[in-house]
Design a protein around this ligand. Structure first.
Ligand code: ZN
Ligand code: ZN
Length: 363
């Protein structure tokens, strides 16, 4: 990872925003900018210098991981130290902070770390985040890691196809999935695995419960693993036993919508247009009301990143973005179907990173 290049890009953004310095406290941002994977740290950046603050528990880890910033070990909260350091730098009159990542209590503590004449004016809330937009477009290293994470997800899905049988509890399926994930090198799961069977498949966020897999009915599996800090995310819906005509038609409609949205992905295309590609298929099938969420989201160091691929979203896709395409149809009391791929945006289209089968599988 080229952290110096990332810090350089951030500096240009700091200058363009008319700021002298920036405080970074959001942990995924810190990992992105300087490689730190611990849980307590702050980064202070000026146009000339970058200093990384963490506490004594991370002395060895910071020395090993952090690049592109000088490390300082502190015994009080790292963010307060970072703010005090920024205020002490020559020529620095103000520093930005991200108000969406800072609680009121934290802001009060940060201000208390400043000399009294600077308390009201020094810390400036950013109008828009500065680090996050850098993270939207992935570089080659990140694309390689995300692709490997997505492929591991596909392998796990294939493994589950041989494991799933009627009578198992949903949590047993989740346990097998997560055990196999760790066995195969995952650092953890990107989020709590969704294993929703029978009528529970109509819950878009049906976490694994004690419910038993039925002899007949859908089973939705939505899960992701973490590899080198990066999240994968995929959904497949399979059927136990023989599907009814209605179940089959609904599945086909969701699959058609999903493939239409994947086909709409390309650099320069508006996120809202990708969403509409999926939505219009389901509208024609009379299922518009049953598709109750956005088509997708960005994914990377965090499971949900920008851009949001939703109705009317004007953000344009750029080559290097990685998004999910995950339309679903939910018929409460009956069943639900969702199919989700991760797609890397290219200049002229999209590359699917999760090539697991999507034709309706009957188990
Ligand atoms: Zn998902
Ligand atoms: Zn997702």
């Amino acid at each position: 990872m080229d952290h110096n290049r990332r810090i350089g890009q951030l500096r240009r953004r700091i200058t363009r925003a008319g700021l002298h310095g920036l405080l970074v406290t959001h942990l995924p941002d810190l990992r992105y900018l300087c490689g730190f994977t611990g849980s307590s740290a702050a980064l202070a950046i000026t146009r000339r210098a970058a200093r990384f603050f963490t506490d004594g528990r991370y002395t060895a880890q910071a020395a090993e991981e952090v690049s592109a910033a000088k490390v300082q070990i502190v015994s009080s909260p790292p963010a307060a130290n970072a703010v005090a350091w920024l205020a002490a730098q020559p020529g620095i009159e103000s520093a930005g902070f991200d108000p969406t990542r800072t609680t009121v209590a934290e802001l009060t503590r940060l201000r208390a770390a400043l000399p009294s004449h600077l308390r009201r004016t020094f810390l400036t809330p950013l109008a828009a985040p500065l680090v996050e937009p850098l993270r939207w477009v992935k570089d080659e290293d990140e694309l390689r890691i995300l692709s490997a994470a997505a492929l591991l997800g596909c392998k796990l899905f294939e493994h589950l196809l041989g494991f799933i049988r009627p009578g198992l509890a949903e949590f047993e399926v989740a346990a097998e999935l997560e055990y196999q994930a760790r066995q195969r090198g995952a650092e953890g799961m990107s989020f709590e695995s969704i294993v929703a069977s029978g009528p529970r498949s109509a819950l878009p966020h049906g976490r694994a419960t004690r419910a038993r897999l039925p002899r007949k009915g859908f089973l939705t599996l939505d899960f992701g693993i973490i590899r080198e800090g990066y999240c994968s995310d995929m959904t497949r819906t399979v059927h136990l036993g023989k599907p009814s005509a209605k179940e089959r038609e609904t599945y086909e409609a969701v699959l058609e919508a999903q493939e239409a949205a994947v086909a709409a992905v390309s650099g320069g295309v508006r996120c809202g247009d990708v969403d509409e590609a999926a939505r219009s298929v389901l509208r024609k099938a009379g299922l518009a009301e049953a598709f109750s969420h956005s088509t997708g989201h960005g994914v990377g160091l965090e499971i949900h990143e920008s851009p949001r691929v939703g109705t009317g979203q004007a953000t344009r896709l750029a080559p290097g973005m990685v998004i999910t395409i995950e339309p679903g149809v939910y018929l409460p009391g009956e069943f639900g179907v969702r199919i989700e791929d991760m797609v890397a945006v290219t200049r002229s289209g999209g590359q699917v990173l999760t090539p697991a089968p999507k034709t309706l599988i009957e188990l």
